[in-house]
Design a protein around this ligand. Structure first.
Ligand SMILES: Cc1ncc(COP(=O)(O)O)c(C=O)c1O
Length: 480
């Protein structure tokens, strides 16, 4: 049941604050504020006491589900717990109050942090240089593809095509297209791409192969080195969407596998919550050959001093106002420093172990389309349950009754009825076991009493929404 809007709790004349009597001359707003920006009345403005307002908003906040309140196994989104100490670091006033126009001489700490973060990301990925500017993963992809485009144009041979497997993240073809390329899709039934499939479409008009590794079905592209050789032999680049780096960091370097450009999703891997459209950060790492094309400004170190460098004639220019989303960089820097190389490796190992544990347990009750060791996430499907008319959406809704956030559903598109689970490295075995138990109970229910699952959720404040109307006719504004 909805708790009502604050407008509906209004009672005429009720006030949230008492203002002391004026001890200065009273002024009529009409005398000081231009009339055309003044409203005669605000229709329906809620008149509530302070307690009404506090209860309303605290109750709303408690309806929210977040990683601080429960397990959030949203595949591909990496909703892991991020240590609060990294939030504290981002809030240090020297960082949070630094003005973007503050002169470099007065921003040495911030510039040093950015310079060192670029170095850490280079080290983790095996790339030669990094820009921190892009505001998100997809923005980083665009940055990478624009650099490849600038390179092929500078060589006087503006290649037109980009090869993308159907297991790549959906933003990959969009970013390539935005950068002016034509996308050639390769389909792979086995989950990972084969060198033969790449060789059959790779030619001298292809600027790059763009793949996601680990890919969107949670599998490691084992043939990547051989594939990179095929692409390089014909003069193309290998772009790797590195957003799933929390499966690899500290263990394997994409740069050593022949990758020329990658983007990192700091907001998935390095301690900033993902989702909700909040600020992210999608740094891009490149091999030496593409370094001249990186966006400006670059962070430069001379002796012990740091500066912003704009004199880069081949650069693709600026991608973002000022220097990127600095607060996210502070969180990532703190996370990397606190974890150290061993901690990062351990995090990847735990992410992979947790996902494989879930996969092994759940494959007894759910269809597993690619039955092989997965990385940090696994993809199941509703094939077994659909025989009883219970579908992925029903399973996801029923999980809410058991107190879990639903996993990602119907993604990736290559698996019909996909249920994509990413436990992340931060969940304990006890939590994961409770989740597995809930999933097994749902599988039983789907077999024995499917209506329970089909009518879920039953314990949430609001039952099952009419999802089409919720999207097509959203009610976003209160009308008196
Ligand atoms: C593999 C992969 N690539 C790219 C992206 C896009 O990143 P963003 O949402 O920051 O644009 C995501 C987002 O989850 C992702 O999982």
């Amino acid at each position: 049941m909805s708790s009502g809007l604050i407008f509906e709790k209004s009672s005429k004349g009720r006030r949230g604050i008492s203002i002391p009597k004026l001890d200065v001359p009273d002024i009529n707003p009409l005398d000081v504020i231009p009339h055309d920006v003044l409203r005669a009345d605000i229709e329906g403005f809620p008149e509530v006491s302070e307690l009404d307002a506090v209860r309303h908003f605290v109750n709303l906040s408690q309806m929210n589900f977040g990683v601080d309140t429960g397990f959030y196994p949203l595949g591909s989104c990496t909703m892991k717990y991020n240590p609060k100490v990294n939030e504290d670091m981002a809030r240090l006033s020297g960082f949070s109050k630094a003005h973007p126009y503050q002169a470099p001489e007065l921003s040495q700490g911030a510039l040093q942090l950015m310079y060192e973060l670029e170095g850490f990301l280079s080290e983790i990925s095996g790339m030669d240089a990094v820009t921190l500017q892009p505001a998100a993963g997809a923005h980083g992809e665009l940055c990478g593809m624009l650099m490849i485009s600038a390179y092929v144009k500078a060589k006087g041979k503006p290649r037109k095509k980009v090869i993308i497997p159907d297991t790549a993240h959906g933003t990959n073809p969009a970013s390539s297209n935005l950068a002016g390329f034509t996308v050639v899709t390769i389909k792979e039934g086995k989950g990972i791409i084969s060198p033969e499939a790449v060789a059959s479409v790779m030619d001298e008009d292809t600027a790059a192969l763009m793949l996601t590794n680990p890919n969107t079905i949670g599998l490691f592209e084992t043939n990547i080195k051989e594939i990179a050789d095929i692409v390089h032999k014909k003069g193309g680049f290998v772009y790797c969407d590195g957003a799933n780096l929390n499966a690899l960091m500290g263990i394997a370097k994409l740069g050593d596998m022949g990758v020329d450009v990658i983007q990192f999703n700091l907001h998935k891997t390095f301690s900033t919550p993902h989702g909700g459209g909040g600020p992210g950060s999608g740094p891009v790492g490149v091999k030496k050959i593409l370094e001249p094309f990186l966006p400006v400004p670059r962070i430069i170190k001379r002796g012990k001093r740091f500066n912003l460098g704009f004199n880069c004639p081949m650069s693709i220019g600026r991608l973002k106002a000022f220097y990127g989303n600095f607060g996210i960089m502070v969180r990532a820097y703190s996370y990397i420093r606190a974890m150290g190389p061993d901690g990062l490796k351990k995090a990847s190992e735990m992410a992979v172990l947790n996902a494989n544990y879930i996969m092994e347990k759940l494959k007894k009750a759910y269809h597993l389309p690619f039955d092989q060791t997965c990385m940090h996430e696994c993809v199941l499907s509703d094939k077994v349950q659909s025989e009883k008319d219970v579908y992925t959406l029903d399973i996801a809704k029923r999980l809410m009754d058991y107190g879990f956030h639903p996993p990602t559903i119907y993604f990736p598109l290559v698996v019909p009825g996909a249920i994509m689970i990413e436990p992340t490295e931060t969940e304990s075995k006890e939590t994961i076991d409770r989740f597995i138990a809930a999933m097994m109970t749902i599988a039983n229910e789907a077999r024995e009493s499917p209506d329970i699952v089909k009518n879920a959720p039953q314990t949430t404040k609001i039952g099952r929404l009419d999802e089409v109307n919720a999207v097509k006719k959203p009610v976003l504004r209160w009308k008196p």
